[in-house]
Design a protein around this ligand. Sequence first.
Ligand code: HPA
Length: 262
Amino acid sequence: MTQVGGSLPVGIIGGTGLTCLSDLKRMGEEAVSTQWGDPSDKLVHGRLGDQAVVFLARHGNPHRIPPHRVNYRANLQALYDAGVRTVVGVNAVGGIHQNMGPAHVVIPHQIIDYTWGRASTFFEDDLEQVTHIDFTHPYDQECRNLLIDAAEDLKLDFSDFGVYAATQGPRLETAAEIRRLERDGCDLVGMTGMPEAALAAELGMRYVCLGLVVNRAAGKSDHIITMDEIEAAIEQGMDGIRRTLERSMTGLGMLAPLPTAS
Ligand code: HPA
């Protein structure tokens, strides 16, 4: 049976190593603004296979906005305003878990937030009532299942679990910080997972993370972390990320919006 993509576009937020989606059949670009300011870049409208997609480069294109300066609220609001109710956040991460070496793909199931000083909620000022969203499961399980099925079909080297430690950056961590994150139960570490996931939840959007390990975390290998190593892992692993996106896209597009999304 030929599946036809869903009517709502799927949002893809591309991180380090994914500032543009070469497989996207581009239909147009749109510079937008929101009540929270401007998103990192223009929205790129297009199709991946049958499915309408809106792509946004998290760090801008070219890559110029560091993780702590990304306007996460504007990014999520811009996608929401474009009709997106399902978002895939692609993140380059460091591997803490021993199985998570360079070019390994991770579909995490949990997150711990170590960031600070970021604009991390839509529910801040001019409220009619104080709002606390449920955030027990930060990543949408149906989206996770679709990414996991795609990665399995593609026979990728991947993990279907992982606790993501969201750190402030832009510097990488010390070895002692990574040991602490490991004691906390973290398996991977990155700088952009939060507040992105929480803001998506506040808007009632489905959100999932597709991580690419680009280095072993500080102190987890016999060498310090270099940009050359990171670039080599991106080169090696990003094709698997692109193919996972392409393969899961129709299914992601078919998911009904969460009832909490208005
Ligand atoms: N730490 C934090 N963020 C990262 C890393 C890391 O080792 N690698 C890629 N993003």
